[in-house]
Design a binder for this molecule. Structure first.
Ligand SMILES: Cc1cc2nc3c(=O)[nH]c(=O)nc-3n(C[C@H](O)[C@H](O)[C@H](O)COP(=O)(O)OP(=O)(O)OC[C@H]3O[C@@H](n4cnc5c(N)ncnc54)[C@H](O)[C@@H]3O)c2cc1C
Ligand code: FES
Length: 299
């Protein structure tokens, strides 16, 4: 069991969850993720490690379906059954020079550790984040601290500048080149648009892909993506790939494969969270861990 230390909403349906997981916290690097299962009957879903300290990892979860909405019910003191990780290849952090990190929606959660790592490696880091409206802008303070310059774009202009992240990207490419490296993290159409914007300018561009994942170990083939005409498994070969080589249309098609089942799952009666399940169980987590030395808890 993994104890939730803190949980709070950053925006409607977007929750930050800080989990006690010292082993994962110790080993994780920017770009890596975990696969979580909330309770025994739960499905396994991948979530990026947005931040960590000596004993905790932070996840930022957007409630889009059954499991993410269940996760968004968690409060401090609740627990998650399984957290496997760190998984995936860490981001390739090098001294590129002038770098741009583009985050769309909850992709800003993934942009955050990347901006921190790129800055720590000595790069000049400019971040552009996009959201539907002001209410959905997340991590502005954290990203401002992590980078040299931050631009916020909103679809309706209610905060920052009106427009898409690619509008700002285009402007920056034309007004401030050269850019040595671009990272894109967000919805599939956004990452595709970023790739098409940087391609003519010849700027090396990486995208953090989000295919459906199951085991996260390269065994099930669920996360296969087409990159440069070759099949790659995002969980072990990625999740980051050369954005100019990714077939984003195939990725979008594959992510729709289970739409019917996902819709059906949402119609089911509301599921109990891990906390509710533990209340019906005779040995509650708090009772189990209360007598243990602190180093044994949470892992
Ligand atoms: C490596 C990786 C890292 C990720 N990191 C984060 C993160 O930090 N925060 C976060 O909120 N989400 C992240 N995701 C996406 C997250 O895993 C999905 O939103 C989640 O699996 C949906 O599960 P569900 O049961 O709530 O929704 P479902 O009912 O399974 O799906 C609901 C909707 O979400 C879409 N969806 C399902 N799986 C994915 C997916 N893997 N990626 C994108 N859309 C999906 C479906 O097409 C559907 O429209 C990540 C995905 C990957 C592959
Ligand atoms: S999730 Fe099974 S191979 Fe990647």
């Amino acid at each position: 069991m993994y104890l939730v230390q803190d949980a709070s909403f950053l925006a409607p349906e977007i929750k930050m969850i800080r989990l006690e997981a010292p082993r994962i916290a110790k080993h994780q690097q920017a770009g890596q993720f975990v696969i979580v299962r909330v309770h025994e009957q739960g499905e396994r879903i991948p979530l990026t490690i947005a931040d960590s300290d000596a004993s905790t990892i932070t996840l930022i979860v957007q409630g889009v379906g059954k499991t993410t909405r269940l996760l968004n019910q968690l409060q401090a003191g609740d627990a998650i059954l399984d957290v496997v990780g760190p998984l995936g290849r860490p981001s390739e952090i090098q001294l590129y020079g002038r770098t741009l990190v583009i985050g769309g929606g909850v992709g800003s959660a993934i942009a955050w550790p990347l901006a921190v790592a790129l800055k720590a490696a000595g790069n000049e880091v400019v971040v552009v984040i996009g959201a539907k409206t002001q209410r959905f802008v997340i991590l502005e303070k954290e990203l401002t601290q992590a980078c040299d310059q931050l631009f916020v774009m909103t679809d309706d202009g209610s905060y920052g500048e009106q427009g898409l992240v690619t509008d700002k990207l285009r402007e920056l490419i034309h007004s401030q080149s050269p850019w040595n490296y671009v990272m894109a993290i967000g919805p599939i159409p956004m990452m595709k648009a970023v790739a098409e914007t940087t391609r003519p300018a010849g700027i090396p561009t990486t995208a953090s892909l989000n295919p459906i994942m199951i085991d996260g170990t390269g065994m099930c083939g669920g996360c296969r993506v087409l990159v440069g005409g070759e099949t790659r498994f995002a969980c072990v070969d990625g999740p980051e790939f050369d954005a100019h080589l990714v077939d984003f249309d195939v990725l979008a098609q594959r992510n729709k494969l289970y739409r019917q089942q996902e819709q059906a799952a949402l119609q089911e009666p509301p599921e109990r969270t891990a906390a509710a399940l533990s209340q019906t169980h005779p040995c509650r987590l708090s009772e189990l861990t209360s007598n243990l030395p602190s180093s044994s808890k949470g892992e």
